[in-house]
Design a protein around this ligand. Sequence first.
Ligand code: DC
Length: 211
Amino acid sequence: MIVAIDGPSGTGKSTVTERVAELSGLPHLDTGAFYRAATLAVLREGAQCDEHAVVEVVRSAGLDQRDGGMFLDGEEVSAEIRLEPVTAAVSSVAAIPEVREILVQHQRAWVSERGERAVVEGRDIGSVVFPNADVKIYLDATPEVRAERRAAQTGEQSAAVLADILRRDAFDSERAASPLMVPIGAVVIDTSEMGFDEVVAEVMRHIEAKV
Ligand code: DC
């Protein structure tokens, strides 16, 4: 059973996926953490200005996700990959087709090692990584609601967050390589007016319908 959960940031995707994984007993793969750890490797090597060098750094990086943490060359980097330098650079690293190919291979291997059982969250899971996923969910919310949620979490001004969200949405949706989109066959859930438990229950309903 593979459950694909896609959507932009600020839709509650990570917390919903974590809870759905717990309730369904399936391993949880956060593919954004792979893009973030790959970006951290690039920043550490100072390779960000040269696309060829970026690809080589990502190819040789030891990337692993286990026990709910993200590891780069054996070092746990779960906290560092959430900091501003990585967040600012990750979109441009994730837009490089060869980087995506390498990370998609890691993601498929991760799921294969777990007997093709996982809840996988990202931007291109139902469209590219697992187009034959048993359940495909696309979580959405208005940019204003997503900005308010992130501002409440981080204490930033919601107007500044909104501008950043609109910029990143445009970048992620317009890039040539695996743009953010609603995958064919996905159930779209607009979480703007929904509480966390309601969203989790709705996703679980779709999973249980397939079991
Ligand atoms: O979900 P997140 O914010 O941790 O994702 C970090 C970045 O990685 C974000 O800019 C989108 C990108 N990403 C991607 O392109 N494809 C994925 N499957 C997951 C994340």
